[in-house]
Design a binder for this molecule. Structure first.
Ligand code: FMN
Length: 361
């Protein structure tokens, strides 16, 4: 039930968590089902020497997936940040905070974020902020978490449907360029479940951005979440807005040698992670799934899930003939159905993808 005593941004964060958890209970079709590997009957992989190491945002990461930005900004979501930070510490997953905007506005909310660093002093931690913020705020967000990188989120569809959302995006590109130029930590620009287009990625590259999370449609849906918070103007017709994560990865494919691409949005299992990396992602972020596991089953179940997924991914590398996780991006992939239709209309060569040369393992 809505607590009228809370400031709107704190109540909003609690509402987001509640709706996002409910969305995890609903089974959805996934565009990852339209991506298939080509089975080969011989390979040369040695399971004992499989490597999952990836390199992005200026650091080497032992695991190819991470906890993406979600919580903090209300006392209720401090508990989630604490649980997720323990999960990150115990498994070695990189982790992002939710938008630190709330702590910049209400300094008494700072501890709902700093708990992340407190629980995980050695881990790779990303601070998170919207693109409308100043360089000064960005530096404050980084300092608050002693962050290793800053995520800047792009969320225009959410702002449009949010009753109290921002209506002026005129400074976003300029602010991003300044943050990239002046901050001394890597800046990762991420979507929030609506996917990126090739044109957006090119624009971000022109602003100097080196790492991008295409965060696509398929999982947490912020148009639906904000629409539930409205009492007039029903935007439910926009529920399918944006590119799915596989579509966004295909959009990025011709740019992946010039920019680091991360993927998130709708990741439900380790097979999705393997497919996203094969489509060119350096690493894969999960939000709703981790939130749901922590909320419904607790931290130990979250740790077990991560450990199981690491084993599944190692076995998938064995099956696909990849000694190193980065070999996945040379595996031929066959794209079908609506995903193939999207690629065709956007001039993306799926035949080249289906016939690319495997790395010798
Ligand atoms: C409860 C919740 C809160 C979120 N808050 C933020 C945020 O503050 N900043 C941000 O960049 N993304 C935020 N996101 C978006 C996620 O980082 C991610 O881009 C999106 O949820 C898609 O991933 P998923 O399908 O794995 O949830 C939030 C997601 C959830 C579930």
């Amino acid at each position: 039930m809505t607590d009228k005593a809370l400031p709107i941004d704190q109540q909003r964060k609690n509402d987001h968590v509640k709706s996002a958890l409910a969305q995890q209970e609903i089974a959805k079709n996934s565009d990852f089902d339209e991506v298939r590997f080509v089975h080969q009957s011989l390979n040369t992989v040695d399971f004992a020497n499989i490597s999952l190491e990836t390199h992005w945002a200026g650091a080497t990461h032992a695991l190819p997936f991470y906890i993406n930005g979600m919580t903090g900004g209300s006392q209720q979501t401090k508990q989630y940040n604490q649980a997720l930070a323990i999960l990150a510490r115990e498994t070695g997953l990189p982790m992002a905070s939710g938008s630190i905007s709330a702590a910049l506005k209400h300094p008494d909310m700072a501890d709902t974020f700093t708990i992340i660093r407190q629980e995980n002093p050695q881990g790779f931690v990303m601070a998170n902020l919207g693109a409308h913020h100043s360089l000064e705020n960005a530096q404050k967000a980084v300092d608050l978490l002693q962050a290793d990188a800053l995520q800047i989120h792009l969320n225009i569809p959410q702002e449009v449907v949010m009753p109290e959302g921002d209506r002026d995006y005129s400074m976003w590109a300029e602010q991003i360029a300044e943050m990239v130029d002046k901050l001394d930590v890597p800046v990762i620009v991420k979507e929030t479940g609506f996917g990126m287009a090739r044109e957006t990625i090119e624009e971000l590259m022109n602003l100097g951005v080196k790492t991008i999370d295409v965060s696509g449609r398929g999982g947490t849906n912020f148009i639906q979440i904000e629409n539930e918070r409205r009492d007039h103007l029903d935007f439910s017709f926009l529920a399918d807005w944006g590119q799915s994560t596989p579509e966004a990865l295909l959009e990025s494919i011709c740019l992946q040698d010039q920019v680091e691409v991360l993927a998130s949005g709708g990741i439900q299992n380790p097979y999705d992670i393997v497919k996203a990396i094969s489509l060119g992602a350096k690493a894969v972020g999960l939000s709703g799934k981790f939130l749901h596991v922590i909320d419904s089953q607790g931290i130990d179940a979250g740790i077990k899930l991560v450990e199981d997924w690491i084993q599944f991914i190692r076995h998938m590398l064995l099956l696909t003939g990849c000694q190193h996780i980065t070999d996945l991006k040379h595996q031929p992939l066959v794209i079908s159905g609506q995903l193939a239709e999207w690629a065709y209309q956007r001039g993306i060569n799926t035949q080249a993808l289906a016939n690319r040369k495997q790395a010798s393992s």
